[in-house]
Design a binder for this molecule. Structure first.
Ligand code: SF4
Length: 219
């Protein structure tokens, strides 16, 4: 994954680069084929210094039309279960691995992820959250650098450099599967407990699975 140079910044350390600067670099991005079919770029939204950052897969139909992540039924589901973690939407920052909608909501292609992921990497570095919640397999595979399925990874926290990562089901997928919805809600309760029991700015989980993925993010 390439490192993106943000004009005016030498090192691009944690919280050094503003989200608006990253959006400016993105401009009318044409780095992959999804630029030809998108309606809007869906950059991300929320608290620029959030303690919890959510990472999804890619915009869907409603997100593409409105230019915002997690609107429509998946967004309503997410908004509802945030309260299980003691959070509201304004507390968190939400972005996707891809900023443009794949046609017919197909899975992201490897070259699309490669082209777009430097934007996400800089967003994470800018927000510098304690906890990254990955929603669904593509986001989890990208962040944790693994091919292991979400059902095996969810239900616990993973320490990854500076960050604590909580993989869970995508709220859209959980709407189609009541058993997954129950597990999704259990994960959000687990997140609320973690946030209540750990001091802000010291994201550590005793006994968490270790990963050296994305070392530059956690340095
Ligand atoms: S998906 Fe990402 S890399 Fe591709 S055109 Fe959209 S913003 Fe650019």
């Amino acid at each position: 994954m390439g490192v993106m140079h943000i004009p005016g910044h030498e090192k691009q350390g944690p919280r050094e680069v503003g989200l608006d600067e990253i959006r400016e670099v993105m401009g009318d991005c044409r780095l992959c084929q999804l630029c030809q079919t998108r309606t809007n770029i869906v950059f991300g939204t929320g608290n620029p210094h959030a303690r919890v950052m959510f990472v999804g897969e890619a915009p869907g139909k409603h997100e593409d039309l409105q230019g915002e992540p997690f609107v429509g039924r998946a967004g309503e589901n997410l908004n509802g279960i945030l309260s299980l973690a003691g959070l509201v939407r304004e507390d968190v920052y939400i972005a996707n691995v891809l900023k443009c909608r794949p046609p017919q909501n197909r899975n992201p292609l490897a070259d699309e992820v490669l082209a777009c992921s430097p934007f996400l990497r800089e967003q994470i570095r800018s927000v510098w959250p304690d906890v990254i919640v990955t929603l669904g397999n593509p986001a989890t595979h990208f962040v944790l650098k693994t091919e292991i399925g979400i059902t095996k990874l969810r239900g616990r926290f993973h320490q990854m450099g500076h960050f604590v990562v909580m993989p869970t089901f995508h709220p859209a997928a959980a709407l189609r599967n009541p058993a997954w919805q129950e597990l999704l809600e259990a994960d959000f309760r687990m997140l609320g407990k973690y946030l209540a029991e750990h001091p802000q700015g010291e994201p550590r989980v005793d006994g968490a699975a270790q990963s050296d993925a994305l070392p530059r993010l956690g340095e």
